[in-house]
Design a protein around this ligand. Sequence first.
Ligand SMILES: Nc1ncnc2c1ncn2[C@@H]1O[C@H](COP(=O)(O)OP(=O)(O)OP(=O)(O)O)[C@@H](O)[C@H]1O
Ligand SMILES: Nc1nc2c(c(=O)[nH]1)N=C(CO)CN2
Length: 164
Amino acid sequence: MSRALLSLGSNLGDRLGFLKIAVEAVRPALVAVSGVYETKAWGVEDQPDFLNAVCLVDDPARDHWDWLRTGQAAERAAGRVRELRWGPRTLDVDIVTVDSVRSDDPELLLPHPGTPDRASVLVPWLEIEPGATLPGHGPVADLLAALPEADRAGVRLRPDLVLP
Ligand SMILES: Nc1ncnc2c1ncn2[C@@H]1O[C@H](COP(=O)(O)OP(=O)(O)OP(=O)(O)O)[C@@H](O)[C@H]1O
Ligand SMILES: Nc1nc2c(c(=O)[nH]1)N=C(CO)CN2
């Protein structure tokens, strides 16, 4: 059993098309995919808005390293433009959680340490798993409620954009 939550982000070029590349890469294992959200950039704020989504995947044959490799392959397929830490990119796939695995290996930190602070991950996650908990941190709904209102307001559903 290996159930993972993946966060997808893009703010360069064909943003929706790049998110679709990521979803296609996990299609056989796909359990659920969130709506697509237009989000204000965090980290480096002077850059275009992102499209963000999350997907829940399950594949008993894959471990957490396999999910990292799958995400990186999708990033390469999307051209992997990424020049600056937290800067603009065609596609970013973060492994948010894999079951209750904890890892402090810098190549694969689990759960992803940025998660509690990122409304761009927490909002779509709650959409597909309203009762979700982040291992070591508690209910996702509580993490989201603890963020500044401006962070939550910066994450807007785009009903006109859909990931198949
Ligand atoms: N949970 C994780 N998911 C994806 N990559 C991870 C994870 N933990 C560590 N990494 C490592 O992070 C590196 C990629 O970092 P990247 O440049 O995408 O960071 P970033 O997306 O700018 O920032 P952040 O990781 O805070 O979202 C890769 O070398 C990868 O091995
Ligand atoms: N809103 C938002 N901001 C970001 C994002 C992202 O996915 N969404 N990813 C980044 C690079 O890791 C930097 N900033």
